[in-house]
Design a protein around this ligand. Structure first.
Ligand SMILES: C[S@@+](CC[C@H](N)C(=O)[O-])C[C@H]1O[C@@H](n2cnc3c(N)ncnc32)[C@H](O)[C@@H]1O
Length: 229
């Protein structure tokens, strides 16, 4: 059943979050000087300002040494400037971002400002599909193994949940296996991936923002494997 009053309140909340996100990003003048012309030239950036601000502020608050992005774009620039700001305050931070299509890889290479060269590692890599408990996990083959504090899942392209519900963007499974510490992942839309994560990583705590179609996934530290003798 739909409740029009709550739908309207939800849309108002989304609008206010969007304005807030844009203002906060604008406050970083270096970032805004790059972001503003890109946003004006393009009708869609992929992420909304609210979502980009969530990623930006997460990096500044949690100070991850490594960030992994699957599917780069304008969001890469936003996270790159957050990493640059952290590095200026003495914290190591590197954004690793994975692309599988040469055309978009070359496009983004041209778009990335030279001042982000140290902060962003853009990698062109093929993807592969692996069967995991009845699901098909599509992953970037050549992603480097680090202890990632933040993962942003916006790729690779997979069939929609309606087309084939077995597919997920599966790189998070590798990070969950590699990491010794807890980490956070954000997901843009990708409802099939969200549902597959629920099934494959039962320890994950998932917060779904229906208005923005954005999920926050928290993966706790793996429990110690203590064997009694
Ligand atoms: C949704 S985009 C990533 C957007 C980025 N994370 C953002 O929010 O700014 C994910 C993938 O779509 C592909 N892509 C990029 N630009 C595209 C375009 N204009 N049309 C279709 N696919 C695109 C690329 O392969 C990219 O890795």
């Amino acid at each position: 059943m739909k409740y029009p009053k709550y739908e309207r309140l939800g849309r108002l909340r989304k609008y206010l979050q969007e304005v807030h996100g844009m203002r906060r990003l604008k406050a970083d003048r270096e970032l805004w000087a790059v972001l503003d012309p890109i946003c004006k030239a393009s009708s869609s950036t992929g992420c909304t300002f609210h979502e980009m601000y969530l990623l930006y502020s997460h990096i500044l608050r949690k100070k991850p040494a490594y960030v992994l992005e699957l599917g780069p774009g304008v969001s890469t620039i936003v996270m790159g400037y957050a990493a640059k700001k952290l590095r200026a305050s003495g914290h190591a931070c590197q954004v690793v971002t994975m692309e599988d299509i040469p055309f978009y890889y070359e496009d983004l290479k041209k778009l990335l400002p030279a001042e982000l060269n140290d902060c962003v590692q853009l990698i062109l890599s093929p993807t592969e599909d692996r069967e995991v408990n009845g699901f098909i996990a599509r992953r970037y083959v050549n992603k480097p193994q680090h202890e990632y504090g933040l993962v942003f899942i916006d790729g690779p392209e997979i069939p929609s949940q309606k087309e084939d519900p077995r597919y997920l963007d599966g790189d998070i499974l590798d990070v969950a296996e590699w990491n010794k510490k807890p980490f956070t992942a954000y997901l843009d839309c990708r409802i099939g991936t969200r549902d597959a994560i629920k099934a494959l990583l039962p320890q994950a705590v998932i917060h779904w923002d229906r208005q923005h179609m954005f999920s926050r996934v928290t993966i706790p530290a793996p429990s110690l494997d203590v064997h009694e003798t």
